[in-house]
Design a protein around this ligand. Structure first.
Ligand code: PHE
Length: 431
C-alpha cells in the first residue's frame, strides 16, 4: 500500500510555488560562488554574459523541467518512460551527491553562525583555526564533519517531515523575506565602506579580454547550478503545481529572484573586499576565513558578520531542504517507503559520505563530479528528451502562450541549450 507521499500534495498557490522554487535556487551558489566567479571573470563582462545566459538558456531549461514535471504529474524518477528511466535515476543520484556536500557546507555555516553568536571576538582572531579544524587539516574533524552537519541535517529532516505546505512552503515564506532584508542591510553597509566604490566600478566595468573561455564556461555552469537545473528538484517541484498556474511566468520569476540575489551578493562582497584591500578568490574557505578581514575592518563588524552567516544559513537550508525533499519524494513514490524511514536512510547515507568527503580532504571532488559533469549531463539529457521525444501537443498544453513563443522555446531546448552544454563539457576537459 502506498503511503501519503509528497506527490499526493500540491503547492497551495503560485506565489508559494515561486517562493519555494526560488528558495531552492537561491543558495550558497548565489552568495559565495557567484561573487567569487564574477571577480575571477573580471567583473562586468562576466556579469553581462551570466545575465544573457540566464535570460535565454536558464529560463528555457528551467521551463523544460517544470513542464516535464507538470505534464507527467510525476517526480523525476517516474517522469521518464521505459528505456529512458535511467535519466531520472541519474538526476536523483546527482541530487543525492549534491546533498552530501551541501549538508557538510550547511554544518559549517551553522558552526560560524554559532561562533559569531557566542564569541565574535574569538572568531575574529581564530576563524582560520576553526576552519582548519573543521575541514580535517588538524586531525579527524568531528565538529566540522559530524557534529554540526548532524544538527543541520536534523533541522532539514524535521522541516521535510512537515510535507509540502506545512514544511517547505512555510520555511520559504519565512526565509525568503528574511534573506532579502539581510541582503539589503548588508549591501547598504558594504557600499558605505571607504573604498567600496572601487569594487563597484570593477563590477560595472565591462572588459571581455579578462573573461576568456574559462569565464564563459564558469558562467554557464554557475547559471545551471544556481537555478537548481540538471537534478531532480525542479521536475519534481513542477509536478506538484496546479494545472492552471502559468509555467512561463513562474519560471521567469524564479530566474529573476535568483539572479537578483546573486547580483546583490556580488555588490556586497566585492566592494567590501576591495575596501579592506583583500581579494575574493581562493577556495571555499573565502566565505569563512578570508572574509573575516572585512568584518574586522568594519565598524559594527561582529553584528554584520552575524547577519552574513544568518543569510548563508537561510540560503543553505532552503536549498538543501529542496534537494532532500526531491530525493525523498522519488523514493517514497517509487518504492512506497514511508517518509520517516526514507528520511532516516537518505540522511544517514548522506552524512556518512559527507564525513568521508570532509575527513579525507581530497579537494572538491564531489563538487567537480556534480557541478561540472553530472548536472550539465542531466540537463542536456532532459532538454533532448523534452525537445525531441516528448509529446509536443502535451507540452503545448502546458505552455499556454503564443505559438511563436513556443517555437522559440522549442528551438532553444532542442538546439541552443544542448550545443551550449556540450560545449561546456568539452571545454571542461581542457581545464
Ligand atoms: N541552486 C542552489 C544554490 O545556488 C543549489 C542547488 C542545486 C539546490 C540543485 C537544489 C538543487 O546553491
Amino acid at each position: 500500500m502506498f503511503v501519503k507521499t509528497y506527490m499526493k500534495q500540491q503547492w497551495s498557490s503560485s506565489i508559494n510555488f515561486i517562493l519555494a522554487a526560488a528558495g531552492s535556487a537561491i543558495g550558497l551558489g548565489n552568495i559565495w560562488k557567484f561573487p567569487k566567479y564574477a571577480f575571477e571573470g573580471g567583473g562586468g563582462a562576466y556579469i553581462l554574459v551570466y545575465l544573457i545566459i540566464v535570460a535565454i538558456l536558464g529560463t528555457a531549461v528551467l521551463l523544460a523541467e517544470f513542464a516535464l514535471g507538470r505534464a507527467t504529474g510525476e517526480n523525476m524518477l517516474m517522469a521518464f518512460p521505459r528505456g529512458r528511466g535511467w535519466i531520472g535515476y541519474l538526476g536523483v543520484a546527482t541530487a543525492f551527491l549534491v546533498l552530501c556536500y551541501y549538508f557538510q557546507a550547511g554544518g559549517r555555516v551553522l558552526r560560524y553562525l554559532w561562533g559569531y553568536l557566542s564569541d565574535a571576538g574569538g572568531m575574529f582572531l581564530g576563524s582560520e583555526q576553526v576552519y582548519l579544524k573543521m575541514t580535517g587539516f588538524q586531525g579527524f574533524p568531528f565538529e566540522g564533519a559530524v557534529l554540526f552537519p548532524l544538527i543541520y541535517i536534523l533541522l532539514n529532516a524535521w522541516i521535510v517531515q512537515g510535507g509540502v505546505q506545512r514544511g517547505i512552503e512555510r520555511l520559504s515564506r519565512i526565509a525568503m523575506p528574511v534573506m532579502i532584508v539581510l541582503l539589503v542591510v548588508l549591501m547598504v553597509r558594504a557600499l558605505s565602506m571607504d573604498g567600496a566604490s572601487r569594487g563597484v566600478s570593477f563590477l560595472l566595468h565591462i572588459d571581455f579580454s579578462t573573461l576568456g573561455f574559462d569565464g564563459l564556461i564558469s558562467a554557464l555552469g554557475q547559471a545551471f547550478f544556481s537555478l537548481s537545473i540538471g537534478m531532480s528538484v525542479m521536475v519534481t517541484y513542477g509536478s506538484m503545481l496546479g494545472r492552471k498556474e502559468p509555467l512561463f511566468k513562474n519560471a521567469v520569476w524564479v530566474c529573476a529572484l535568483d539572479t537578483l540575489t546573486a547580483l546583490m551578493a556580488g555588490f556586497i562582497l566585492i566592494p567590501a573586499v576591495f575596501a579592506v584591500g583583500s581579494s575574493p578568490s581562493g577556495g571555499d574557505s573565502f566565505a569563512f576565513v578570508e572574509i573575516t578581514a572585512v568584518f574586522v575592518g568594519m565598524r559594527g563588524g561582529a553584528f554584520f558578520a552575524l547577519l552574513f552567516y544568518a543569510l548563508l544559513f537561510f540560503a543553505a537550508i532552503v536549498s538543501s531542504v529542496s534537494i532532500l525533499a526531491g530525493v525523498l519524494c522519488c523514493i517514497e513514490d517509487r518504492w512506497g517507503i514511508s517518509r520517516g524511514r526514507a528520511t532516516v536512510w537518505v540522511c544517514a547515507l548522506a552524512l556518512a559520505l559527507g564525513v568521508v568527503y570532509t575527513a579525507a580532504s581530497w579537494g572538491g571532488w564531489l563538487e567537480i563530479i556534480t557541478d561540472r559533469w553530472l548536472m550539465p549531463i542531466v540537463a542536456l539529457l532532459t532538454c533532448l528528451y523534452v525537445g525531441w521525444e516528448f509529446d509536443q501537443k502535451r507540452l503545448r498544453l502546458e505552455l499556454s502562450g503564443s505559438a511563436k513563443g513556443f517555437k522559440l522555446w522549442g528551438f532553444l531546448i532542442r538546439f541552443v541549450a544542448p550545443l551550449a552544454i556540450v560545449a561546456i563539457l568539452i571545454l571542461s576537459l581542457w581545464q
